[in-house]
Ligand binder design. Sequence first.
Ligand code: GDG
Length: 472
Amino acid sequence: MSRADLVVVANRLPVDRVEGPDGEPTWRRSPGGLVTALEQVMQNLDGAWVGWGGKPDLDVEPFEFDGTVLVPVPLSRDDLRDYYEGFSNGTIWPLYHDVIAAPVYKRSWWDAYVRVNRRFAEAAAKHVQDGGFVWVQDYQLQLVPQMLRELRPDVTIGYFHHIPFPAYSLFAQLPWRRQVLEGLLGADVIGFQRVEDAGNFQRSIRRLLHYPTKGETVTVPTIEDAARTVISRSYPISIDANHFLELAQRPDIIARAQSIREQLGAEKLMLGVDRLDYTKGIRHRLKAYGEMLADGRITGKDATLVQIASPSRPGVEAYQELRDEIEMSVARINGDYSTVETTAIRYLHQGYPREEMVALYLAADVMLVTALRDGMNLVAKEYVAVRADNTGVLVLSEFAGAADELGSALLVNPHDIEGTKDILSRSLQMPVAEQARRMKTMRKKVFDNDVVKWGQRFLDDMETSRARRNDA
Ligand code: GDG
């Protein structure tokens, strides 16, 4: 198999292994934020993708899928427990999301993280062309850039961080903080969602490693030659806005949206779509909504809340507890405020096809994105993309990266329950002209900076970095 010009390295391959009609295992493209974001970029290049195949102990040879070479990295059950559920989702995820849940620091998890990151780095090193590009994705693989640089000093390495990078005072808790920074600094281009994330990263570099930073660059001293310049800046990720718009114009999806509306038994539909994750602020949202019903500010006839909470990380204890808490509050609120004819909250702990998500976005008068902390939040952008008639209200947390671009949403501090209730009331009463004014501004942002632009900006910076190295 020939080596690739661009190798993407991500925790997961962009496919799921499923059984075909003849019982033989085959691969199917999987939905999800990152896959959606990269599929466009990859289609135009001679690319390979290194990632886990989604099943423990799955050890299969690289294969071609839709023009991309897919390189499965095997992970055992122990690797998944310690590297994925442990260090990635029990240590880094809560720490980087402002310790909404308490991070757990376990040395055996760190050891597994190092071991598994090395496996990913070795796979990437094997499949990249001489002088090619490797683009590493996200917090599960922060050590890969440095490990890869040691194996393949000829390649240009990019790293994109999909989640927040925390303030120094929080990052400093991490017992392996220096190793993580050195790991990331193996890259030539380090991308973050927000300007603030890039700033937090650079502050940690100055405080812990004492490397100089200037503007969007970090100067990394090396033993063998002149210091290396690393670019670290923000590249706010986006969606394939035209694809969402096309779905929103399909007659069957429009009909489905209408049928959802007709069956509601309420005048307005408020919608939440989140992975069941403590960062998404689902509990706070339910609290505000339940209090509005209790205060009589709304009744089940005025509005109903549809909350999709797609199953996520069921092996991590904090997620099991969160699920119990959310399901208890939904049951309480429904018990107190639903009637035979109306349902206060329709709670769906299921994943849905993208078509159904778009029908829901079309049916929703108000979209609730009230994350306590979120790198970007693509759901907010998807809602905006499908609202071609400029109706609908986006309620958006100040703590989601998307708020930097979508300042015309109704911004909310989800910790402030009274403030959230006021914003929810306002969202239900917003005049159509105001909806249109806000929606137009947001739609322009989302269509101007779509995922193809995002990928192109990042790859352009990798090109520039390679050219600079070749000149040096
Ligand atoms: C991370 C960062 C950052 C959700 N449920 C279903 C479904 N989804 C889709 C949504 C959206 C994606 O999954 C979720 O993306 P988000 O951005 O909202 O959140 P995370 O999963 O936490 O993603 C985040 C992102 O990476 C990209 O950098 O924005 O901040 O945390 O596209 O529509 N899709 C389908 N069925 C579902 O049930 N088909």
